[in-house]
Design a protein around this ligand. Structure first.
Ligand code: UT7
Length: 355
């Protein structure tokens, strides 16, 4: 246990039992991301699928995606992103690890304890969080709650996905969309008025649409069996239905989050939208009246990386200098479940994102 952790403990126990102080707020102090090296272009996909580069570019906005090799699991991607976020934050220890993923290494156990172990974070609490493409914003919301309650003073939140493991390579309605990757942040206890501090979260779900994006077989509803149609082990998606709900829900949760922070929509300097489809982001911006130059995007190069999408976009936008100190940033997402979540922050100065 290093000095930093001892400081964390005295913060938790000392303050709680003696001097009452305002509840801490979760502050962003580290940011990192990782993409596996192999790129698959639209032209590569068109060699085996009935599709074209033009269709994928115009209907989804994607030119390529990164795909992990067969020996790489979600935990491997998560560790790479976690290492970069901790280096960015200049910390060697955290009090908890939350891994947002829809593609854990195994059904049992959760993947986060292995990730914590591989990061050398001996015995810290670590758990997976499954909320589809909203998973990362759900996870930062939970982490912020842990920090506010003084249960933890520093939390590593990772979004990591090996989507290629659950996408049917022969399904042209899903294979062009998804990619693999990971991103991570370190959140630490700060004051509510400091730049980098997360604002209140707006979040929700609607299980009525649980089968709009789902994997039919392999869970407790339909356990794996020798006679299974293997296609049912892959993601099935009602693309049009998801598209319609995504635009409506993202626009609405964005408004809720801005209102909770006391911002108008015009106050938003940068809208970080889950990278599901470039047309979804454009429709959300159009609905809200936000100019396209305030809506950064990396979907062209990375595709839809589910729970990894938001931290990857934060990291790439920070490195590209699209996120600048004290800009008002609103982060917003939608995914399987359905789930949705959004939060706000003033971009901190001096944050070095690492890819
Ligand atoms: O991350 C959160 C979860 N995911 C999402 O948010 C994804 C939301 N949905 C979407 O992004 C879009 O609905 C898709 C990209 C999945 C599909 O795009 P679309 O514009 O909604 O296409 P569509 O399903 O309405 O299909 C239009 C046409 C159809 O042909 P016909 O019936 O008009 O002759 C499809 O068969 O495009 C055809 N099509 C394709 N053609 C070439 C569907 N996929 C392809 C393809 N290449 N890959």
């Amino acid at each position: 246990m290093n000095e930093q952790h001892r400081e964390g403990e005295s913060l938790i126990f000392g303050r709680r039992t003696t001097t009452p102080t305002p509840a801490p707020a979760a502050r962003l102090v580290g940011l990192g991301s990782y993409l596996p090296p192999q790129k698959v272009s639209n032209a590569d996909l068109a060699l085996r699928l009935d599709t074209t580069d033009e269709w994928i570019r115009t209907r989804i906005g994607i030119a390529q995606r990164h795909i992990a090799d067969p020996a790489t699991a979600t935990s491997d991607l998560a560790v790479e992103a976690g290492l970069r976020a901790m280096k960015s934050a200049q910390v060697e220890h955290v009090d908890a690890v939350i891994l947002a993923t829809a593609t854990p290494d195994h059904h049992v156990p959760g993947t986060a304890p292995l990730v914590a172990h591989l990061l050398g974070l001996r015995h810290v609490p670590a758990f997976d969080l499954g909320a589809g493409c909203s998973g990362f914003v759900y996870a930062t919301t939970v982490a912020a709650g842990l920090i506010q309650a003084r249960t933890a003073s520093t939390v590593l939140v990772i979004g990591a996905e090996k989507m290629s493991a659950v996408i049917d390579p022969d399904d042209r309605s899903t294979a062009p969309i998804f990619g693999d990757g990971a991103g991570a942040v370190v959140l630490t206890a700060g004051h509510a008025d400091e730049p980098g501090t997360l604002g209140p979260a707006a979040w929700g779900s609607d299980g009525e649409h649980a089968d709009a994006i789902y994997i039919p077989d392999g869970g407790s509803r339909r356990p794996p069996c020798a006679t299974d149609d293997l296609k049912n082990r892959y993601v099935h998606m009602e693309g049009n239905e998801v598209f319609r709900h995504a635009v409506r829900r993202i626009a609405h949760v964005t408004q809720e989050s801005a209102a909770a922070a006391g911002w108008s929509i015009q106050d938003i300097d940068k809208l970080i939208v889950h990278q599901a489809n470039a047309r979804i982001s454009a429709a959300v911006a159009n609905t809200l009246g936000i100019p396209p130059q305030r809506v950064p995007s990396n979907i062209t190069h990375v595709g839809n990386t589910s729970a990894a999408s938001i931290p990857l976009l934060l990291s790439h936008s920070a490195i590209d200098k699209q996120l600048e100190a004290r800009q008002r940033v609103l982060v917003t997402s939608f995914g399987a479940g359905f789930t949705w979540a959004a939060t706000t922050l003033l971009w901190p100065s001096g944050l070095q994102a690492l890819n």
